[in-house]
Design a protein around this ligand. Structure first.
Ligand code: NDP
Ligand code: OXD
Length: 309
């Protein structure tokens, strides 16, 4: 059995080593050195060229190199019927929660304001509400959003979540569907976008959504750059309606040097590092699914192409 690895950002050497450690008999081929196409039964991919996966007649599994699968779903020529899986990994989940907790605390405790005061050697106190008085809203209560929500609840924040279908998470006020979005936004002072990118969520953080947040609210996006309409967020930041933003993902990555986010006084930029996939734990999951496939068992973390995540 041969596996085809395609990614321009992940290390093929590291992944091949991790895969071989877990399944020595697996032959790993790195695109574009694909060899005999008929040998390829598994594709492990991140932003492959659309249409490419149709060229492997014996493909049985498409595994995403990330938790998100929008890079696969944008391909309108995926081989029909071939199952798609994604990464769900405890360490990735922990890393994402760390990132979001750091960003929420930094907005909550006005870290940016105090950093500016330090630069000006200015000693000045600002009143801060208790965590229990701070309303955080998480869009997307899946694997990552639910863990983030629970950690923020443990810190004492007043947490709500918005999802496609209703959820019942301890301590988290749930809102669902298009009808739930308005009331969810109206009570959200720190908004966290933890949604998958799908046609329904593309550009969701736009002028209308931002206007639904209370004045001074903060926005944290660690899902996908396309969730945010950049000119709408910049306009809301410049008007002061949005008090600050922490952004880990962008429409163009790397974020171009001239992009206004880099130098905006109310924006924190990180280079898509909120939660990185670890090659060894990712490889373990892929191999587990290859074994399940061979044994005719249900695959782990299968994507539903109908809903797009
Ligand atoms: P999941 O698939 O587990 O969860 C997705 C959540 O979003 C679910 O609660 C789902 O609702 C909700 N949702 C989907 N569509 C809609 C909609 N139209 N309206 C309302 N809610 C919706 O995803 P994960 O938590 O694992 O990951 C989320 C995203 O995080 C990934 O898709 C990826 O883009 C991003 N990511 C970013 C990383 C980074 O380093 N910046 C690292 C890893 C992931 P329901 O529960 O009803 O299905
Ligand atoms: C992912 C990511 O989807 O790194 O895993 O963004």
């Amino acid at each position: 059995m041969a596996l085809l690895f395609f990614s321009k950002v992940d290390s093929p050497v590291e992944w091949a080593e991790a895969l071989r450690k877990t399944m020595p008999e697996l032959e790993v081929r790195v695109w574009p050195e694909v060899g005999e196409r008929g040998d390829i039964e598994v594709a492990l991919v991140w932003y492959h060229p659309p249409g490419e996966l149709l060229r492997y007649p014996n493909l049985q599994l498409i595994a995403s190199l990330g938790a998100g699968v929008d890079h696969l779903m944008r391909d309108t020529e995926l081989p029909p019927g071939v199952p798609i899986t994604r990464i769900v990994d405890e360490n990735l989940t922990l890393a994402m929660s760390e990132y979001v907790v750091l960003a929420v605390l930094s907005h909550h405790r006005q870290a940016r304001l105090y950093a500016a005061q330090q630069r000006a050697a200015e000693w000045r106190e600002h009143l801060a509400p208790l965590a229990s008085e701070r309303r955080v809203g998480i869009m997307g209560l899946g694997v990552l959003g639910a863990d983030v929500a629970q950690k923020l609840v443990a810190l004492g924040f007043d947490v709500a979540g918005w999802s496609r279908t209703a959820k019942d998470l301890a301590g988290v006020r749930g809102f669902a569907g298009s009808g739930g979005l308005g009331p969810f936004l109206a009570r959200t002072e720190i908004l966290v976008c933890m949604l998958p990118l799908t046609p329904a969520t593309d550009g969701i953080v736009n002028a209308t959504l931002l206007a639904g947040l209370p004045a001074g609210a903060a926005v944290i996006n660690c899902a996908r750059g396309r969730h945010v309409v950049d000119q709408d967020l910049l306009a809301a930041l410049n008007s002061g309606h949005i008090g600050g933003a922490t952004l880990d993902v962008f429409r163009t990555e790397p974020l171009p040097a001239e992009h206004p986010y880099w130098r905006h006084p109310s924006v924190t930029v990180t280079p898509h590092i909120a939660a990185l996939t670890n090659a060894q734990s990712g490889a373990n999951l892929v191999v587990d699914n290859i074994r399940r496939l061979r044994a005719g068992q249900p695959l782990l973390y299968r994507v539903d192409p109908e809903v797009g995540y």
